[in-house]
Write a protein that binds this ligand. Structure first.
Ligand code: COA
Length: 259
C-alpha cells in the first residue's frame, strides 16, 4: 500500500503531503495514525524543523473524515475517532514551529479542521472550504465548531456549520480564514517561501510567539499579556537574543542558533 503521508525536508523546512488522492485524502484511522507518526518524527528530528507546510496530493487538500469508514461507527467508536483527530490537531498546535496549510483543493469537514489547526492558511484559487457535516447528520468532530469560531468569529462560524456551505478561496480570504489566495501552480512555492522566511528567524522567538498566541485564545487578556511578558523576558536568557540584537547594532545579518 502507498504511503498515506509523504514527508520531505529542505533544510529546516518540512513538507507533509496527505497522500490518498483516490479518496480525496479522506482521513481514516490509518491516515490519522500516519499523520501523527510522521509529525511526531518531525518533532523529534535531530536537525530541528523550523517551519512546516501541510498539503494534499491530487485535487484535494483533504475532503473530510472518511465517510465510508465512519458510516458504521458505534457511539464509543465515534468518540475514539474524534479523540484521535483532536490529539493530532493538538499536536500540530503545540509544535514549536509554525505549520502553514497549503490548501490545494477541497478542504472540507476534517480537512478544514486540519487546516484550522495549522497556524494559517494559503489556498489555491480553485480551493473549496467548508464544514459540510450537517449534510451527513453529524457535526464537526475534530475541533471545527471551536477553532472556526476563534478564527472567523462566532456568527460566521455558526452560519458555516449550520448550512454546510462551501466557500470559495476568495470568500474564505474575505472573512480572514485564508491569508493568501494563489494560482494553483504557485501555491506550494509561496507557502515554502513564507516557511523559509520564518525558518530564518530566531526559532526560540518564533516558538514563543506561537505558544503565546495559541494559548492567548483560551485565557483572558490580562493573563495572556502576562504570558507574553514572561515569554518575552525568558528570551533574554537566550544566545539568539544576544546575537540577534548585536547583529542589528553591527549592521550584519543574524544567523540564529536556536539556543
Ligand atoms: N470520505 C470518504 N471518501 C471520500 C470522501 C470522504 N470524505 N470524499 C471523497 N471521497 C471519495 C469518493 O467516495 C470517491 O471515491 P470512489 O471513486 O471510490 O467512488 C472519491 O473520493 C472521489 O470523490 P468524488 O465524490 O467522485 O469527487 P467529486 O470531484 O465528484 O466531488 C467532493 C468532490 C469533495 C465534492 C465530494 O467528494 C464530497 O462531497 N465529499 C465529501 C465531503 C464531506 O462531506 N466531507 C465531510 C466529511 S465529515
Amino acid at each position: 500500500m502507498a504511503d498515506t503521508v509523504l514527508v520531505e525536508r529542505t533544510g529546516a523546512v518540512a513538507t507533509l503531503t496527505v497522500n490518498r488522492p483516490d479518496k480525496l485524502n479522506a482521513l481514516n484511522v490509518e491516515v490519522l495514525r500516519e499523520l501523527s507518526r510522521t509529525f511526531h518524527g518531525l518533532l523529534e528530528a535531530s536537525e530541528p524543523v523550523r517551519a512546516a507546510v501541510l498539503t494534499g496530493a491530487g485535487k484535494a487538500f483533504v475532503a473530510g473524515a472518511d465517510i465510508a469508514a465512519m458510516s458504521e461507527l458505534s457511539v464509543a467508536e465515534a468518540k475514539r475517532f474524534s479523540d484521535m483527530g483532536h490529539r493530532l490537531l493538538a499536536m500540530l498546535e503545540a509544535a514549536p514551529f509554525p505549520v502553514i496549510a497549503a490548501v490545494n483543493g477541497f478542504a472540507l469537514g476534517g480537512g478544514l479542521e486540519l487546516a484550522l489547526a495549522c497556524d494559517f492558511i494559503y489556498a489555491s484559487a480553485n480551493a473549496k472550504l467548508g464544514q459540510p457535516e450537517v449534510n451527513l447528520g453529524v457535526i464537526p468532530g475534530f475541533g471545527g465548531t471551536q477553532r472556526l469560531m476563534r478564527r472567523v468569529g462566532a456568527a460566521r462560524a455558526r452560519e458555516l456549520v449550520y448550512t454546510g456551505q462551501q466557500l470559495t478561496a476568495a470568500e474564505a480570504a474575505a472573512m480572514g480564514l485564508v491569508n493568501k489566495v494563489l494560482p494553483p501552480e504557485s501555491l506550494l512555492e509561496e507557502a515554502h517561501k513564507t516557511a523559509r522566511t520564518i525558518a530564518d528567524k530566531g526559532p526560540l522567538a518564533v516558538a514563543a510567539a506561537k505558544r503565546v498566541m495559541t494559548r492567548a485564545e483560551d485565557v483572558p487578556l490580562g493573563v495572556a499579556c502576562e504570558l507574553e511578558a514572561q515569554a518575552f523576558a525568558t528570551l533574554f536568557g537566550s544566545e539568539d537574543q544576544k546575537l540577534g540584537m548585536r547583529a542589528f547594532l553591527a549592521r550584519s545579518p543574524a544567523v540564529f542558533t536556536g539556543r
